[in-house]
Design a protein around this ligand. Structure first.
Ligand SMILES: C[S@@+](CC[C@H](N)C(=O)[O-])C[C@H]1O[C@@H](n2cnc3c(N)ncnc32)[C@H](O)[C@@H]1O
Length: 204
């Protein structure tokens, strides 16, 4: 998927999911679990492939100290505008999720979120992302991934199975696999996204 072109053309339908309660509520429920009933600040969170920061800004508003990383400068520009408009401070970094170690992100992230990047990568890129995520995560970190089910969809992300997730994150354990309801989005229906949220905890 050519995200640079998509953002240049102003085509980013994935952002609409923030306004789709079945999807947004389930995702924020998973985030809330990491807040443990304690008050903010909740600690460092990494929004992997942050795009225009739709979720990163929401995490920051909840009391996470958010860093967002993405390859596409135009998306990051929009994320900066979004965070400014919301009065939230995020650290927004241009970097490759398959080489997180080169992005200068530091470490110790308690929460790592990926809505829609991992599932579009090649097997090698996924493994590289897995290594990078483990290197920057705190010992007790939680990772939440949103993945389409595996299926050919032309230029759209090919999706990832539970086994694909396990292979890319050998140092993590899947604790939950929940339906990520993106219906009735017309694209979701046409391309049968069958999305899942995978919640992973770093294995001890
Ligand atoms: C489907 S979009 C999701 C964006 C955002 N998470 C959201 O939910 O609105 C996937 C994002 O991953 C980014 N991306 C894809 N491959 C990447 C890579 N190798 N390194 C960094 N970002 C990448 C794209 O630029 C795009 O912003």
């Amino acid at each position: 998927m050519n995200y640079r072109l998509a953002y240049a053309l102003g085509i980013h339908p994935w952002e609409d999911l923030a306004e789709h309660p079945p999807f947004a509520e389930k995702l924020l429920e998973l985030v809330e679990r990491e807040e443990n009933g304690s008050g903010p600040p909740y600690g460092p969170a990494l929004d992997i492939g942050t795009g225009s920061g739709v979720w990163g800004v929401q995490l920051a508003a909840r009391g996470w100290q958010v860093t967002g990383v993405d390859l596409v400068e135009k998306a990051l520009r929009r994320a900066r505008e979004r965070s400014r408009a919301a009065g939230m401070e995020l650290s927004l970094v241009r970097g490759d999720v398959t080489a997180l170690g080169d992005a200068g992100l530091g470490s110790g992230y308690r929460l790592l979120l990926d809505t829609g990047t991992f599932h579009g990568l090649s097997d090698e890129q996924r493994e590289a992302m897995g290594r990078g995520v483990t290197a920057v995560a705190a010992e007790d970190a939680t990772l939440v991934l949103d993945c389409f089910a595996p299926r050919r969809r032309g230029p759209l992300p090919r999706g990832a199975s539970r086994a694909d997730v396990e292979r890319a994150f050998p140092d993590w354990e899947i604790t939950d696999a929940e339906v990520a309801d993106s219906e009735p989005d017309a694209l979701a229906r046409l391309f049968r996204f069958d999305e899942r949220f995978y919640r992973l905890r770093r294995a001890t």
